[in-house]
Design a protein around this ligand. Structure first.
Ligand code: HEC
Length: 123
């Protein structure tokens, strides 16, 4: 039986998606090193230009002993998969005030890969 074109397409898409997920972690690592690593470490208590991101999901924003919080100083929310996604898409827009975190990751798949990498490190 010949596969109907729409089915063939969705199978291709499914394969592309699942292999995308398989690659996401290593992509995430590369992207993290390129776009975040200069300012952030994933090691507990190791702060650079920005605070350590160890255990970031479930952690209170601005909640480490990092000395240079600005926009996140005194914040009263907790990081989860959704708000971290918004934050790295556009930190200033998300928080509504100036921040030293100036990087914007515009592509959805890049943000997803970075977040998968960061949270994979948490477990
Ligand atoms: C130019 C340096 C710089 C880069 C690059 C950078 N950040 Fe940040 N980041 C900061 C600073 C500074 C803060 C603190 C912001 C504030 O309080 O205004 C911060 C805060 C954060 C926080 C909140 C931490 C907390 O303790 O609440 C997260 C999450 C975060 N960054 C993720 C990322 C990710 C993911 C990337 C890469 C896409 C990234 N950052 C790239 C400097 C940077």
């Amino acid at each position: 039986m010949k596969t109907p074109p729409f089915l063939a397409l969705s199978i291709t898409a499914a394969i592309a998606l699942s292999s995308g997920a398989a690659f996401a972690e290593s992509d995430g690592e590369t992207l993290f090193n390129k776009k975040c690593g200069t300012c952030h470490s994933l090691e507990q208590g190791v702060h650079k230009v920005g605070p350590s991101l160890a255990g970031i999901i479930g952690r209170r924003a601005g909640g480490t002993n990092f000395a240079n919080y600005k926009a996140l100083q005194g914040a009263s929310f907790t990081w989860n998969l959704e708000n971290i996604n918004e934050w790295i898409a556009d930190p200033k827009k998300f928080i509504g005030k100036p921040t030293a975190m100036t990087v914007k990751v515009k592509k959805d798949d890049e943000r997803a890969a970075i977040i998968a990498y960061i949270t994979g490190k948490d477990n």
